[in-house]
Design a protein around this ligand. Structure first.
Ligand code: G3P
Length: 231
């Protein structure tokens, strides 16, 4: 059964990191569930498609598809329909991640398909302007991630605070109810605290957790900061 997403949200993207793929994936599911239970903060995980079920079998956490195609069930060999992820127990889907870019038409079609399926649509954007354009398609969440900071350990909330607050303002001027997350380079509780102060309702993180010497401890710090937004 899909687990409901709530905010503030920490979304851990496992990408295709070896440390978090195949048999290693379950470990992250278990850690995420434990930190979430201890802190009360919603922590979702985005595993590779082939690892979705591995997480669903061991952990009760929201699972997010890393990518879906704007197709349905039927004659779509090799595609990734949102329905397949819903059937596997996913709660949402990333669309247009920086490492899996789509054109505007495809983004619009994919948002529609994801919504039809009842999954939460989380659209990644690389700029304030793209955020504004995507907001018109009414996804559930927009995630601002400046690509040049991804994987650097330099947090978007510190290094590009104006991009985070600008994206929040732009997106909400189009759709006031739309949620905004930010990501890229997040590694510490302080990064999360600043992100929330800038108006984001959560963060996306990958290397800061997956490559951490102690993913559990790192996640405890991130979630602790999300639970007490005033630091
Ligand atoms: O999806 C989150 C991601 O792109 C951010 O990556 O490694 O900078 O936390 P990272």
């Amino acid at each position: 059964m899909a687990v409901k997403i709530s905010f503030p949200l920490i979304l851990v993207n496992l990408k295709t990191y070896r440390e978090a793929s195949g048999r290693n994936t379950a470990r992250f599911g278990v850690i995420i569930e434990e930190v979430s239970r201890k802190t009360g903060v919603c922590i979702a995980v985005a595993p590779q498609p082939l690892d979705v079920v591995r997480v669903a079998e061991v952990a009760e956490v929201p699972i997010i598809a890393q990518h879906v195609d704007p197709v349905g069930c039927g004659q779509f060999t090799g595609h990734l329909p949102p329905e397949s992820f819903a059937m596997a127990g996913c709660s949402g889907a990333l669309i247009n991640h920086s490492e899996k870019r789509l054109d505007m038409k495809t983004i619009e079609m994919t948002i529609r398909r994801v919504k039809d399926t009842g999954l939460t649509s989380i659209v990644c954007v690389d700029s304030i302007e793209t955020g504004r354009r995507v907001a018109q398609f009414k996804p559930d969440v927009v995630a601002i991630e400046p690509p040049e900071l991804i994987g650097t350990g330099i947090s978007v909330s510190k290094a590009k605070s104006e991009v985070v607050s600008g994206a929040v303002e732009a997106v909400k001027s189009v759709e006031p109810g739309l949620r905004v997350l930010c990501g890229a380079g997040v590694t510490s509780g302080e990064d999360v605290t600043i992100a929330l102060k800038l108006g984001a309702e959560g963060i996306l993180v990958a290397s800061g957790v997956v490559k951490s010497r102690d993913p559990y401890e790192t996640l405890m710090q991130l979630a602790g900061a999300a639970r007490s937004p005033n630091g």
